[in-house]
Design a protein around this ligand. Structure first.
Ligand code: PMP
Length: 365
C-alpha cells in the first residue's frame, strides 16, 4: 500500500508514523457460513421516519444498525480483524490466551472469536459495565476481571493496567490492544465505510458516530473523506470525557452511565484531525433517545446509539431536504435489559423525562 495514509492517529505532537498494514477488499457473504464469524459486517442501513420529523430535521437520516453483528455490536468487526491479522503474522495460535481491557463489546467480540477458534479469553472491564455483558462473556467461556470504574487509565488498578500485568504473568498470552491496533480503524476503513458508501451510492453529507477508542469514527471518516471530501464528520463524546475538541467543550470530568463512549485519555487509534465537529452528549438525552429508537422506529439499540442520534439531530438541523446524514448505532439493548430499558432503573437515576413519566403512569395494569 505505497500511498496508504492510514495511521493509528494524529495525536502526541503531530502525525504518528504510518504503521505497516494491509487492506482487504469487502468480502462477499457466503450463503452457507463456515462459522458465525462469517456473519460479521454487512449490517443494514435503515431510514428513520418519525424521530427526525418530530425533531424538525429535514434531511434524510439513515442509521447503520451494528447490533445485527453476531456478538451484538460494532466491535465484532475489529475483534475478528485483529484476531485474523495476528494469526496471519504468527503472533497468536489456537491454545494461546487473549487478554483485553474493554468496556465489554470488544470483549464479547473477542470471546466469540476465541470460542470459535479455540483460544482462552480474559477480559478486564470496569465495574460500571452491565451485568448483561458479564453474563454473555461468561457464557462464551471468557474469564472476567472487574476493575474500579473511577481508576484513571494509568492507575495500577485500571482495566488497562490489570490487563498488562496479566499479560506479563501468563505465558503465551497477548493483548491485541484495541486502543493502538491499526486494524481497529482499518476494519472500519475497509468494510464499514465501504458498506455505507456503496449503499448510499457515494451520496452522504454528514456522518455521526460516538467515540470510545475512536476506531469506528477514524476508520469510517478516513475512507469517506477520501471519496466525499465535503462530507461533515461529527464525533460524539459524553460529558465527563475529554475526547472532544476544542478543549473548552470538556467542562466536566465526572462519571456518566452511558457505556462504550468517552475516555480520560486520547487513544492512539482516535485521529481527531478527521473529525470536523464534536457534540457533547449526556445520559438523559442518550437513554431517552435510545428508548425512542426502540419505541418509534423498532430499532433495539443500546444507550450510545441514543447519544449518537441525539447529537446527529442537533447537527443535521442545518442540512437541507435531499441531503443525507448517516448515524452509527453501535450495540444492542440486550446489553442493558436491567439498565435503561427498565423503567425503575430510569426512575431511580432520574432519567425519565416528564413525557416518559406520564406514559409510565398510564401503563395498563
Ligand atoms: N458504543 C458502544 C456501546 C461501544 O461499546 C463502543 C466501543 N467502545 C463505542 C460506542 C465506540 O466505538 P469505538 O471504540 O470504535 O470508538
Amino acid at each position: 500500500q505505497p500511498n496508504c495514509q492510514c495511521r493509528t492517529g494524529a495525536e502526541h505532537g503531530g502525525q504518528s508514523p504510518v504503521v505497516p498494514h494491509r487492506h482487504l477488499p469487502r468480502q462477499p457473504k457466503p450463503k452457507i457460513l463456515d462459522t458465525i464469524l462469517d456473519h460479521v459486517g454487512e449490517t443494514p442501513l435503515v431510514r428513520l421516519h418519525k424521530i427526525p420529523a418530530t425533531e424538525g430535521v429535514q434531511c434524510e437520516v439513515l442509521v447503520k444498525a451494528e447490533f445485527f453483528n453476531p456478538g451484538g455490536s460494532v466491535k465484532d468487526r475489529i475483534a475478528k480483524r485483529m484476531f485474523e491479522e495476528a494469526e496471519r503474522n504468527g503472533t497468536i495460535k489456537p491454545g494461546d490466551t487473549i487478554i483485553e481491557p474493554t468496556s465489554g463489546n470488544t470483549g464479547i467480540g473477542l470471546a466469540l472469536c476465541a470460542a470459535v477458534k479455540g483460544y482462552r479469553a480474559i477480559i478486564t472491564m470496569p465495574e460500571k459495565m452491565s451485568q448483561e455483558k458479564v453474563d454473555v462473556l461468561k457464557a462464551l467461556g471468557a474469564e472476567i476481571v472487574r476493575t474500579p470504574t473511577e481508576a484513571a487509565y494509568d492507575a495500577p488498578e485500571s482495566h488497562i493496567s490489570v490487563a498488562k500485568r496479566l499479560n506479563a504473568q501468563i505465558p503465551n498470552s497477548m493483548i491485541l490492544d484495541q486502543y493502538a491496533n491499526i486494524y481497529n480503524p482499518v476494519a472500519h476503513y475497509d468494510a464499514t465505510a465501504e458498506e455505507i458508501l456503496d449503499a448510499c451510492g457515494g451520496r452522504i453529507d454528514m456522518l455521526v458516530a460516538g467515540a470510545g477508542t475512536g476506531g469506528t469514527i477514524s476508520g469510517i471518516a478516513r475512507k469517506i473523506k477520501e471519496r466525499v471530501p465535503d462530507c461533515t464528520v461529527v464525533g460524539v463524546d459524553p460529558h465527563g470525557s475529554i475526547l472532544a475538541q476544542p478543549e473548552s467543550l470538556n467542562t466536566s470530568h465526572g462519571s456518566y452511565q452511558t457505556e462504550g463512549i468517552g475516555y480520560d485519555f486520547i487513544p492512539d487509534v482516535l485521529d481527531r484531525s478527521l473529525v470536523d465537529e464534536w457534540q457533547k452528549s449526556d445520559d438523559q438525552e442518550s437513554f431517552t433517545m435510545a428508548r425512542r429508537l426502540i419505541k418509534e422506529e423498532g430499532l433495539l439499540c443500546g444507550g450510545s446509539s441514543g447519544s449518537a442520534l441525539a447529537s446527529a439531530l442537533k447537527a443535521a438541523k442545518r442540512l437541507q431536504p435531499g441531503q443525507r446524514c448517516v448515524v452509527i448505532l453501535p450495540d444492542s439493548v440486550r446489553n442493558y435489559m436491567t439498565k435503561f430499558l427498565n423503567d425503575g432503573w430510569m426512575r431511580d437515576h432520574h432519567f425519565l423525562d416528564a413525557k416518559a413519566q406520564r406514559e409510565e403512569q398510564h401503563t395498563i395494569q
